[in-house]
Design a protein around this ligand. Structure first.
Ligand code: PMP
Length: 419
């Protein structure tokens, strides 16, 4: 059952050599952040050792090289998500930053008192709180369209939520809690029939599938570089050219203006520079491009095949453990996430038990409090896979699950503890 991912790429990830009390690290917290291959680490070091300089400003050779490297990285991202133009790619520090930027710019431009903004009931807080705060600030109303039981958002039900006062919709591509995949193309089409622009949170999709923003027809698509084997504090806001061009400046400062005088209105540059005020994470962008090159070398069909192997093996193995229930249907369209609950045992106790076996995972509500509230458990244990995980690791976890016992946590603990 070995594939070109799994064992064959493990040596590319130095951190996988770690162990805890004799247990090798079993890193299954990839939905939180992925580990970085040597190709990415090398790209960072090489940038800092040979080309470190600011971009777009200095008039010297290093600055030209750094600018070229930064803009070439933008082109790599453009090709990775099949954007039509390089200037549709804005570098950010992550999905959270991208959504906040959109809420503060697009949101404030299109929403007024009495208008509506639609989100789904399965959002991560990063694609919920910026919109909620925007509604509070503008007097607009937040409309929530829930996911179907055990599945994603139904396009027909979504369309029902798109009344005449809706000005904007925001939805996740893949749930970070259950790995459920939304029919984004159909949801976007439903919104467009009502002239409603759509912001897609692709944080959990981009690491697991070849995302094609043109095929999805998303107006905006956000994701985090650090979840796709790139450096920390990197991310991308994709926007259709005409949509990005319509955004007012967000943070303003160096790099955003053509000219400033004390008398005249400020003349801003075009996108994407207008939306990247100040010195960007240049090395981060270079590292993110290296991450996409690395994934291309593995091959996206191989990444999918590996994902399917791990998720289907996990669902079968975990479900066979007495008392364990896999939540949702992660094997329907695998996205590297399997969430489970154990009868009568709090997720934190399960997490503690797995942690003692060297398994890195996440237990709790996964920054999606409102979505987990719609599921029966107080939280789940989330095992999330990357290209380097193996069937043996899945089997190791399922063996460890067989010995888990109730511990100190109870459902009476205050829920704010369970993040
Ligand atoms: N959306 C989803 C679906 C996520 O899984 C995450 C990361 N947990 C985020 C948004 C936020 O990403 P970041 O922390 O990189 O900004």
């Amino acid at each position: 059952a070995q594939t070109a991912a799994g064992d064959r790429v493990r040596e590319d990830f130095p951190i996988l050599g770690r162990s805890f009390d004799g247990n090798p690290l079993v890193y299954l917290d990839n939905a939180a952040t992925t580990q970085k291959p040597r190709a990415v680490l090398d790209a960072l070091v090489t940038f800092y050792e040979t080309a470190n300089s600011n971009v777009g400003r200095g008039y010297h050779r290093l600055a030209f090289e750094a600018t070229d490297a930064y803009e070439e990285s933008r082109a790599v991202v453009q090709r990775a998500i099949n954007a039509e133009h390089t200037d549709e790619v804005v570098f950010t520090s992550g999905t959270t930053a991208a959504v906040n930027m959109l809420a503060d710019t697009l949101g404030r431009a299109v929403l007024a008192e009495g208008d509506q903004l639609v989100v789904t009931g399965m959002e991560h807080n990063s694609n919920l709180l910026p919109w909620r705060r925007l509604c509070e600030a503008t007097g607009a109303e937040l409309v929530v369209v829930d996911a179907e039981q055990g599945g994603g958002v139904d396009p027909a039900r979504f369309a029902e939520g798109l009344g005449p006062r809706v000005r904007l919709a925001a939805l996740t591509h893949v749930s970070n809690v259950l790995g459920t995949v939304n029919p984004v193309r159909e949801l976007v089409a439903a919104a467009h029939r009502r002239d409603v622009p759509v912001v897609v949170d692709g944080a959990q999709a981009v690491p697991h599938r070849k995302v094609d923003v043109r095929d999805l027809d998303a107006d905006f698509y956000c994701f985090s570089g650090h979840k796709v084997y790139g450096p920390m504090y990197t991310g991308v806001l994709y926007g259709k050219r005409e949509r990005l061009a319509g955004l007012p400046p967000w943070q303003v400062g160096g790099g955003t203006v053509k000219d400033v005088t004390f008398e005249d209105p400020v003349r801003y540059v075009g996108v994407p520079a207008r939306l990247e005020a100040g010195t960007p994470n240049i090395a981060g962008a270079v590292g993110l491009a290296a991450a996409f090159d690395y994934l291309d070398a593995i091959g996206w069909s191989e990444i999918r095949r590996h994902d399917e192997l791990l998720v289907r093996t996990a669902v079968e193995a975990f479900s066979a453990v007495p008392g364990v229930r896999v939540v949702g249907d992660p094997a329907a369209d695998p996205s590297g996430i399997v969430s489970l609950v154990v009868d009568g045992i709090h997720p934190y106790d399960v997490g503690d038990h797995l942690n003692r076996h060297g398994v890195a995972m996440r237990a709790g509500v996964h920054c999606a409090n409102t979505f987990v509230d719609t599921l029966d458990p107080v939280g789940t244990v989330r095992l999330s896979f990357g290209v380097y995980n193996t069937v043996e690791e899945v089997e190791f976890v399922s063996r460890a699950l067989r010995t888990v016992k109730a511990g100190v946590w109870t459902t009476e603990h205050p829920t704010e503890r369970f993040l």
